[in-house]
Unconditional design. Sequence first.
Length: 488
Amino acid sequence: MGSVVATHPIIARLEALLPAGAVLHRAEELHPYECDGLAVYRRLPLVVVLPETVAQVQAVMRLCSELHVPVVARGAGTGLSGGALPHSEGVLLSLAKLHRILELDPMARTARVEPGVRNLAISEAARPHGLYYAPDPSSQIACSIGGNVAENSGGVHCLKYGLTVHNLQQVKIVTVDGELLTLGGAGLDSPGYDLLALITGSEGMLGIVVEVTVRLLPLPERAQVVLAAFNDVTEAGAAVAAIISAGVIPAGLEMMDQTAIRAAEAFVHAGYPTDAAAILLCELDGTNAEVSSEILKVRKILLSSGASEVRTAENEAERQRFWKGRKSAFPAVGRLSPDYYCMDGTIPRKRLPEVLQRMGQLSEEYGLPVANVFHAGDGNLHPLILFDANKPGELEKTEDFGRRILELCVEVGGTITGEHGVGMEKIDQMCVQFRPMELEQFHAVKAAFDPHGLLNPGKAVPTLHRCAEFGAMHVHHGELPHPELERF
């Protein structure tokens, strides 16, 4: 038998509420939950619970509310901002066992699912009906729809079809005191405040998502990808703005630089030109006539923007290979370095060439390579900073480099996140993004849902005191944030 981490009275009461095996509190049981996809920060929870029904989630929340025990909700654990980092004195509430597709209505074009359902599984279930679910994060094979709601996830096709928030019909949440609320409805609009939009992207701080109704779209008659190679990264960035300015809204418009291209090509053999400084992947979808017309227009724009090669996928198999390379870019880059740090920020498209150039200068300043993979069409950047955590001081240097990238995004009129959320990773950059009065309003919303601050405490929205400390640290080059967390 393993050693017991804690003997908190809540453990026995949780075991009385939940089925056998649904309460984990021994050290060897807790370690798999010590972090999410951002493994830089790790912390063991007091206890992990795995409810199988909404009623069990409600019972857990009532007990935690009664005892004033913090709760951190967790989906598939693929998040990249530390949003599911456990609380050492709290309950880690895993929603992995709520994984049923409850209803798929082809006539209404909706699917009603539990939060543990994988993103890709929705489209797989809808495909026989000629439908699919549009938001497609790179982790869609593993990430869960509940986590997508919590982070307002996007993906390759969010440029044309929107983020998670634009593809939801209804969400059911369990409140901090165990009540079940329904937000949204069967119609496209409802009276009152738009609480459905408020809960989307709230990072588990306002309620626990236990059911999601998503909107489904008809599969397009045709979808085709154009690949363009460039000898200069800034030219590729300028081509993105030129495509959008021409009135073309691609289904997806992605960009990769040479480091990412070579890593992806070696990993999945997508057919990428490895001598290119950057490539753009531009997908057009719709009717046959629409796609044919737009491909001609896009090819002309790309060539006039300086593309050295423009290639159109000849069939569905080649289209899938092009996208496989892009969606495998993160694990592919992982083969280049012992560690990498994935950033997430958004900028105005017109500033893309400038920001890419300045990130290159920062890379030289810090002596750390960067692979760029991002949703170019909506300005959502994903620089991957390559480093080795075993080298003393290199993790701290990498974090400081990441901070500079996020602050650059704000400087040019953008934001510190596009789809990964704030979590623990970017909480200090919230102090750069927002003024004290705005942060106070965020705290007021939080208090309306969770007056005692039990849901995912310490995440996403910093206190004004923390911002004051961060400002002083910034000026005086003090210690880096989160000293209380275990590192690699």
